[in-house]
Design a protein around this ligand. Structure first.
Ligand code: NDP
Length: 290
């Protein structure tokens, strides 16, 4: 039987509708209109598309957003001073710095400059540390999107062996922390693989839930997946439409229980979680001012 396709567009639309309702309720109760500042450095076309999509999604959910454009040659000092301004600007409850940044800018320094109370991308070390310790935190958007797709599709990770291929600070590592957490939505047994992993197929074949977050088109072939596994493809590779996925989709779909497509899988979830985090940041700003 062909795999069930986990439609990220539909699940994300549900989440965005919940956010829109939350925004309307917050405003109706005298709270602020949630605001998101998006910072875009340079003119990478894909980053531009991502940021504009996020802006459009904000508008649909009733979230105020503004894009701050900086030229590719901006100095790190000037970028940091923009972040300082946005940290102070009460119209914005969330700040998003679109990655990647040009090579002369240190991403970690920029991420750490964002006030953690506005870190709706969930990438600040304070957010990630809090998440690791199981404390309330803004969850990083892509890992949280993966978790939501699983939960909302009826695949509770609890007790499952989740194998994640990729250990970046944006996807693999925080996803592992999230899914192993001793709380609802977690409780998985997690294995994290990377380029130094010995005999990758041997490990991926043990996965009940396999997450590919490698950025290598077609890297997960059918022989690396056990029959009946749930396969989540985070990869977005800028090659062409046929080879954008990390997973060899048709062959893997023939033996998996469920699979996310690319596009229309985790990508839209990432945006929906960003909106949800921005709403949460606005709610917290009300609590902080009480
Ligand atoms: P990175 O390049 O930062 O990390 C890739 C990870 O995959 C590394 O840990 C690397 O290992 C591992 N890896 C690469 N090749 C192999 C291999 N052959 N075998 C085993 N492990 C391998 O990428 P990101 O985590 O930022 O992104 C991963 C993918 O997800 C990309 O395609 C990206 O475009 C996509 N993405 C999608 C998002 C969405 O919204 N859907 C959001 C963010 C990312 P090592 O550490 O040893 O180098």
């Amino acid at each position: 039987m062909p795999a069930r396709v986990l439609n990220g567009n539909e699940i994300a639309a549900d989440l965005r509708e919940e956010v829109a309702t939350g925004v309307a309720d917050l405003v109706a109760s005298g709270g602020p209109t949630p605001g998101l500042a998006a910072v875009l450095v340079g003119n990478d076309p894909a980053s531009g598309v991502y940021v504009r999509n996020k802006g459009r999604a904000c508008e649909e959910a009733g979230i105020f957003s503004e894009i701050f454009y900086m030229p590719a040659h901006v100095s790190q000092a000037n970028l940091l001073s923009l972040i300082d301004q946005l940290n102070q600007d009460t119209r914005f409850h969330g700040i998003l710095v679109q990655l990647p940044l040009p090579g002369h800018i240190d991403e970690a320094t920029v991420i750490e400059r964002v006030n953690p109370v506005k870190d709706v991308d969930g990438l600040h070390p304070i957010s990630q540390g809090r998440m690791l310790q199981g404390e309330p935190a803004f969850l990083p958007c892509t890992p949280s999107g993966v978790q939501q797709v699983l939960l909302r599709s009826g695949y509770d990770p609890a007790g499952q062996h989740v194998v994640i291929v990729g250990r970046s600070n944006i996807v693999g590592k925080p996803l592992a922390a999230l899914l192993m957490q001793r709380s609802a939505g977690g409780n998985a047994t997690v294995t994290v693989c990377h380029t130094r992993t010995r005999d990758l197929p041997e490990i991926t074949r043990q996965a009940d839930i396999l997450v590919a977050a490698m950025g290598v088109p077609g890297a997960i072939s059918a022989d690396m997946v056990r029959d009946g596994a749930v396969v989540i493809d985070v990869g977005i590779n800028r090659v062409d439409d046929a080879t954008r996925r990390d997973v060899d989709y048709e062959a893997v779909a023939a033996k998996a229980e469920a699979i996310t497509p690319v596009p229309g899988g985790i990508g839209p979830m990432t945006i929906a979680v960003l909106l949800s985090n921005t709403l949460e940041a606005a709610r917290r700003s009300v609590d902080a001012n009480r």
